[in-house]
Design a protein around this ligand. Sequence first.
Ligand code: UDP
Length: 238
Amino acid sequence: MPRPRFNRILLKLSGEVLMGPGQFGIDPDTVARVADEIKGAKEAGHELCIVVGGGNIFRGLAAAARGFERTSADYMGMLATVMNALAVQNALEQIGVDTRVQSAIPMNTVCEPFIKRRAERHMEKGRIVIFAAGTGNPYFTTDSAAALRAAEMNCDALFKGTSVDGVYDADPKKVPGAKRFDTVSFNHVLAADLKVMDASAVSLCRDNDIPIVVFNIREQGNLSQVLEGKGTATIVQN
Ligand code: UDP
């Protein structure tokens, strides 16, 4: 069955995607390449907004396991996403793409606070809005923030850029012959605990009927292809 073309999407970029070949931090060449992908999709007529993760810099849960107080650690993780958002903004603006960063934790000298109506206005004007600081609450993840913002911004789909080309019934890097799904239901993903996004993000998308499109963002031109209903990806849907 042909896949649909998506008009307005929320793109979730995990921190790992911005790390490139390194084990930590932000790789400028990788960020520039991701920015090119985003520019291509915008030029093809799609509307995009972005949620960035922070795991390439700081993860609250991992830090808490090593003795940090959890809520402080989570705030540090949220601040890490702001750094990533500024890096993505910088790379996009260097290639002439108009953007705004909005943070769920207000920090007015750095970027705008998250204001839904204002974000909508930016998108109407053709700007790409990059949402930073997750949901603004500890004990959440940027996956949940992506599902939340996708619903708030009336997106047709949540695009999850990863380093594999979809959702498999087992880890394709470990299990030879693992099978890739073209489509899979939210309920199957939750019941089989398939590693797509965390369970609260998946159930928020299920309840609001927002498909999650899992695709390989490291492959050049793939974002635009998948947006047009071509290329290889898995759609998680009701
Ligand atoms: N975080 C949080 N609340 C949110 C979003 C993120 O507390 O709404 C913190 C949490 O500590 C998390 C860190 O920010 O570990 C980085 O986000 P995440 O792990 O989701 O980044 P990704 O895995 O996408 O790179």
